[in-house]
Ligand binder design. Structure first.
Ligand SMILES: Cc1ncc(COP(=O)(O)O)c(C=O)c1O
Length: 384
């Protein structure tokens, strides 16, 4: 199959996502739509249980297949990718590898970060970490000068999201990474709200760590997530939050010591969520076939259409004008009521922080956005 171009999206793929037979699904920031191949992958897992019973080799093989696909997605080597069960598991493994007992004990985070990130870093206070939060506030734009002022020779790690889960704001990752590296601090990027929808090239970007998961724009399942670790800047970090799947030889079964894998696999832990590996590999393979760059271009057009439509109705978009998607957050006087009103008309979106989050992906059409705009017009009283 040739890669669909932006001009051919969504027609070339829409029929593979049955939810569109019933609904206008615009909630990929929460969960990607289920495709034929992901449903088939769950079936393959179940069929395997019936035909072979317990096929550990096949399950470990599926994890390696997912690792290969993630490496292709991120433009990196497979050894730099850990397959985790959640973004939180990856962040906790990273945190556990850091030493907060010395003078570099500060973590600089932001109010654009997802709560799990903030909470995991606050949890390190018991191990000596000092947390500093840079606040974008209502502007939703991270002030790089403020960040630069907060990062110094006491900073161990800077943590930022690529795209904010509340309002769709983008963080200038290259600038943040430069600021941190100039001061000898590492960076962990939470790319959960962009991975699959925006290109992410580890060789070009060079973060120390990047985490994300499979269930949103990678079209698959909770239970499978990933962590990228730069071997040049993180090789000395060995997690203490760990398990037998992090061992150099998983099936060595030693109880006499801890011999972690030398590559990023040392950030893994216990038995993977095997059904999610099947779904994850199928969803990611489909996303790579559809193309992340084509998707980003297609979605940018839908986001512009939505922005312009909301402005015409007299509403306000909380997402800064520079953000090209995939999420557009619409301000509301009562976001849960607006989400419910849209759901009544068959439009699925979600709300956070007083915003209705509309998050188109490769399978959404201009008609989907028009449908949402018609209902937003009818519900004008709930817009700000
Ligand atoms: C930006 C971001 N990070 C992290 C998470 C949560 O990740 P997990 O539940 O896999 O730890 C989410 C979930 O919506 C998210 O949007």
């Amino acid at each position: 199959m040739t890669t669909p171009t932006a001009a051919r999206l969504p027609q070339s793929i829409r029929s593979r996502f049955p939810v569109f037979e019933r609904l206008t699904y615009l909630n990929s920031c929460s969960q990607g739509a289920l495709s034929d191949v992901v449903r088939g992958a769950y079936d393959d897992y179940l069929s395997g249980l019936e035909t072979t019973g317990s096929d550990w080799d096949a399950w470990v093989g599926k994890q390696e297949e997912l690792r290969d696909l993630l490496a292709a997605l991120l433009n990196t080597a497979r050894g730099n990718v850990a397959v985790t069960t959640s973004a939180s598991a990856g962040l906790s493994a990273i945190a556990s590898a850091l030493d907060f007992s010395g003078s570099r004990n500060r973590v600089v985070t932001t109010d654009l970060d997802f709560p799990t990130s903030a909470q995991i870093w606050h949890a390190q206070a018991r191990r000596g970490a000092e947390i500093h939060t840079v606040r974008a506030g209502s502007s939703a734009v991270l002030d790089l000068e403020e960040l630069a002022a907060a990062v110094d020779e006491r900073t161990a790690i800077v943590t930022v999201p690529h795209v904010c889960y509340r309002n769709g704001a983008h963080v200038d990752l290259a600038a943040v990474i430069e600021i941190a590296h100039q001061r000898g601090a590492r960076v962990v990027v939470d790319a959960y709200q962009s991975v699959g929808a925006r290109p992410l090239d580890m060789q070009a970007l060079k973060p120390d760590f990047l985490v994300g998961g499979m269930l949103k724009y990678l079209l698959s399942s909770p239970g499978a997530a990933f962590l990228y670790a730069d071997p040049e800047t993180t090789a000395d970090l060995v997690p203490t939050v760990t398990g037998w799947f992090a061992a150099r030889d998983i099936f060595a079964m030693s109880i006499e010591g801890f011999d972690p894998a030398a590559d990023a696999r040392r950030f893994e832990a216990g038995t993977p969520a095997v059904p999610s590996l099947f779904a994850g590999a199928a969803g990611l393979a489909l996303m790579l076939e559809i193309g992340v760059e084509s998707t980003a271009a297609h979605v940018a057009g839908l986001c512009t259409q939505l922005r312009e439509g909301v402005a015409e109705i007299g509403g306000t978009v909380a997402t800064p004008a520079t953000a090209a998607g995939p999420m557009i957050a619409v301000r509301s006087t009562n976001a849960p009521a607006l989400v419910a009103a849209l759901a009544n008309e068959g439009i699925i979106v979600s709300d956070r922080d007083g915003n209705v989050r509309v998050s188109p992906h490769c399978y959404n059409s201009a008609e989907d956005i028009d449908h949402a705009l018609r209902v937003l017009t009818a519900q004008k009283g709930l817009l700000v």
